[in-house]
Structures are given as structure tokens and as C-alpha cells.
Ligand binder design. Structure first.
Ligand code: UD1
Length: 423
């Protein structure tokens, strides 16, 4: 949405009730990209309503796909892909547009896009994406910030080893490799559950992939992909954010539609802080915080199955109210503490330097005017504002709307006093 709105939160109410977890942002974007490879229609269910999803649909339309949304279902018809470029404004709007590189190249043999510059989390290079594609036979030129990637002889399978298990690079390689000639062997691949989701969709469309979810993925190229129907996996990060809201306010939640086996890294941290989580079958999780919060052992963000960098900020909001000292080490991104000065405005005691942040728990937070500078940092401000005494106002909602489907409606349903107003 936009910058002309703000959230007004009257804090101090417990977050409690039943919530259904939205479809995963980090899965739906590469799934929409994968649809470019399909000769015909892809029907994707459980798509969250997010501005990043709208941007991905605009990219698809620009390529010549027919993209129609009806409720949570997006149908992409990629029978007549006619272009292979992504307009500069869409690249700027959403860094994850880079996710389309592998599929556009695989489908059309060429892809032109502008270089995704720096972003809210610091410089985010794409060297791993590009060097892998080169190994698969792509020729890459860069001029005036425009990347021109082509595969004059077609893409061919390769043995690729990533120096870091990048999620985006793993996805782009998967997308490029499924219709490449021969077999690709990807070592040190990212193991995030979203990688499995994309692989499962591609397999449903006729791709030959094994090992997704492990450190080595084998992809045997096929001629073409066929139409299919798929349901986007639940968003473990949105689920974790709502658990943090319940933890910070001393509430209790019954989440449905989640995969708790993907959430153990942060559930165990929340449990070490005095919360209780109990997983039922059928994707249900009961969660409560009845005891006082205590500081957890050092939180170090790591690639999956380690502690997710995307939950670092929301859980930091919970630690601001925990007894004792909490230490964070952010190992994935170099600029991911932009929420810290905002949390300090609420009365939190936090010192951040480089990759380390130290939080001294305080007895209470008090409402303040806050500004979100990035998606998960924005969610952290909401988490803290819900627990703070008095009124908080949060601007920068354009970031939050990129990843949370109707966050204020979801939280209101769980007892929050929160409203979105025009500035
Ligand atoms: C994805 C997620 C994001 C999450 C991140 C880490 C999506 C749409 N976004 O982002 O929510 O926070 O994984 O779990 O799925 N790097 C390089 N060179 C590259 C690629 C990455 O140096 O070519 C570095 C990045 O700068 C960063 C680190 O590797 O420091 C992790 O990046 P990566 O795993 O690629 O994250 P994204 O795919 O961008």
C-alpha cells in the first residue's frame, strides 16, 4: 500500500485467540516466478494478499502472461510469454524481482533487468546467482546498471558449489536448471522449507529434482513443464511474528495452518524465555506465555535449520521485556538492526554495534511515534507497541504490507486495539 497511512496501537492488551497462518511470502514469490516456465496454466492457492505479490503479478503481466487473482488463488497462464525483461521500476520496488532471472532465462533464453541495488538490509549482492548461471552457460553483460543475461547455446547442467547457502541463489539455480540440458548438481544449497515448496511445485509440473531440503540438490533437465495446481505453504515467519506478539503481551494463541516442524529454532528460544508451545496434529499449535519473561541464551541467526534472521527483530521486541540480558548476533545480513533506535524510543535498553546487539530487559515500555524501515523490523515495532503502555503510532507501512496479509485485522481479531488511519 503506501506511506500515507499509519497504524495506531493502544498497547497493553493480551494477544489471544485463534489465528490462521497466511501463505508464505518467501514461497509465493518464487512460485510465481516458476510459473513462467510452465507451458500453460499454473493455479496457485493460498496466496497471501501482499504488495510484493502484486508486484510479482505485474512482472508476469509485463512478460506476456495472463495473471488473474480470485481470493487466495492466483492463476498464471504462461502460454504466450513474449518478453524477457523486467522494467526498472519493478526491480526497484521489489528486490526479490531477481527471483525471475532463472525462470525467464530458462523459458526465453534471455533476461534483461536492472541491477538490484542496495536495500534496507545493507548491500545484497547477486554474485552467487550470476556465477552459477555462468557455469550453466549464460553470458552476462552489465552496462549502465542493466544486466543482460543470455544463453546463446541454451542452458546446460553443471556441478555448482555455493560459497554460502543463499536462498535466492538456490531458487534461481533450481529454476534455471529444471529445463536445462543435462543434470545440475548443486552443493551447499539452502535448506529452507521454502526451497522444498518450490521443488515440490516444479516436480508436480514434471521437473526431475531430488534432494531439496538437503545440502545437495540434483536436477535433471526436462524438455518443458506442464500445467498444475498447487497450494502455497504456510508462512513460518508470519506465524513466528504472531507468537512474538502473544509472548510480549502475556497472551495465548491457537494457530492453525502452520508447520511447527519448520518453526523449532524460534519456538525453542521462546520456550527458554518462559513460553509454552504445544503442537497438535493437523497444523495446529497452542502457544501461551503465562510466566514472566526471562532472557534467552545468545541468539545467533543462521541459515535454516538455524535461527531465522527474519525472526530476529520480532523476538528482540520480546526480549526488551525479559528479565536479564539478551545477546543477538546477526550473521546473515550486515544491516539488520534498524529497528533498535525505534525500540529505544519505547523505553527499551538496547546497544547495537556491528553484528551484535545487547538488550537489557526493562520493566515496561511506553507508547511512542515509530517508523518502520524494513519489513521484519516493522513487525518488531508492532510487537513491542502491543506490549507498551499507552498509544504508539507506526509509519512506514509500505514495508510491513510487503509481507503481512492484513496484519491489523489479524491482530484485532486476537484482541489488539489497533487501527490503520490516513495520515
Ligand atoms: C531470502 C528471504 C529473506 C531472508 C533471507 C535469509 C525471500 C524472498 N527472501 O532472501 O526473507 O531474510 O533469504 O534467510 O525468500 N549473498 C551474497 N551473494 C549472493 C546472494 C546472497 O553475498 O549472490 C548474501 C546476502 O547479501 C546476505 C546472505 O547472502 O548477506 C543471505 O542472502 P540470501 O540467502 O540470498 O537471502 P535472499 O534470498 O535475498
Amino acid at each position: 500500500m503506501n506511506n500515507s497511512q499509519k497504524l495506531v496501537i493502544s498497547g497493553g492488551r493480551k494477544i489471544e485467540g485463534e489465528l490462521t497462518v497466511q501463505g508464505a511470502k518467501n514461497s509465493v514469490l518464487p512460485l510465481l516466478s516458476a510459473a513462467v516456465l510452465v507451458h500453460g496454466e499454473s493455479v496457485l492457492h493460498n496466496c497471501p494478499q501482499l504488495t510484493d505479490v502484486d508486484a510479482a503479478c505485474r512482472i508476469l503481466s509485463g512478460l506476456g502472461c495472463r495473471c488473474v487473482r480470485s481470493g487466495g488463488t492466483i492463476t498464471v497462464n504462461a502460454s504466450s510469454v513474449s518478453r524477457s525483461d523486467i522494467p526498472d521500476e519493478l526491480m526497484r520496488e521489489m528486490r526479490s524481482s531477481i527471483m525471475f532471472l532463472g525462470s525467464i532465462l530458462g523459458r526465453t533464453g534471455r533476461c534483461r533487468l536492472s541491477f538490484p541495488g542496495g536495500c534496507e538490509l545493507g548491500a545484497r549482492p547477486i554474485d552467487l546467482h550470476l556465477s552459477a548461471l555462468k557455469q550453466m552457460g549464460a553470458v552476462i553483460t552489465e552496462e549502465h546498471g542493466i544486466l543482460d543475461v543470455s544463453a546463446p547455446q541454451g542452458l546446460k547442467g553443471a556441478r555448482i558449489t555455493l560459497s554460502f547457502p543463499s536462498v535466492g541463489a538456490t531458487e534461481n539455480i533450481l529454476l534455471a536448471a529444471v529445463t536445462a540440458r543435462g543434470t545440475t548438481e548443486l552443493h551447499n544449497a539452502a535448506r529452507e522449507p521454502e526451497i522444498c515448496d518450490i521443488a515440490d511445485f516444479l516436480i508436480k509440473c514434471g521437473a526431475r529434482i531430488s534432494g531439496a531440503g538437503s545440502g545437495v540438490i540434483y536436477i535433471e533437465g526436462v524438455e518443458r513443464l506442464y500445467p498444475s495446481e498447487y497450494s502455497v505453504m504456510p508462512d513460518r515467519i508470519a506465524a513466528g511474528t504472531y507468537l512474538c506478539c502473544a509472548a510480549a503481551t502475556g497472551g495465548e494463541l491457537l494457530l492453525s495452518g502452520c508447520r511447527t516442524e519448520n518453526m523449532t529454532a524460534f519456538l525453542s528460544v521462546l520456550e527458554s524465555m518462559g513460553c509454552r508451545g504445544y503442537a497438535y496434529g493437523g497444523g495446529k499449535l497452542y502457544f501461551s506465555r503465562k510466566r514472566k519473561l526471562i532472557a534467552p541464551p545468545t541468539i545467533r541467526t543462521m541459515p535454516y535449520p538455524g535461527f531465522p534472521t527474519d525472526i530476529q527483530a520480532p523476538i528482540m521486541s520480546v526480549t526488551t521485556l525479559a528479565e536479564g540480558t539478551s545477546v543477538f548476533v546477526e550473521t546473515i545480513f550486515d544491516n539488520r538492526y534498524r529497528h533498535v533506535p525505534e525500540l529505544v524510543r519505547l523505553g527499551a535498553s538496547i546497544k547495537a554495534e556491528g553484528r551484535v546487539a545487547v538488550v537489557e530487559g526493562v520493566k515496561r515500555l511506553t507508547g511512542a511515534k515509530l517508523c518502520a524501515h524494513e519489513l521484519r523490523g516493522g513487525a518488531a515495532l508492532i510487537t513491542a507497541a502491543l506490549a507498551a503502555e499507552g498509544i504508539s503510532e507506526i509509519t512506514g507501512l509500505n514495508y510491513i504490507d510487503r509481507g503481512y496479509d492484513g496484519i491489523e485485522a489479524v491482530l484485532r481479531q486476537a484482541g489488539a486495539d489497533i487501527k490503520r488511519v490516513n495520515v
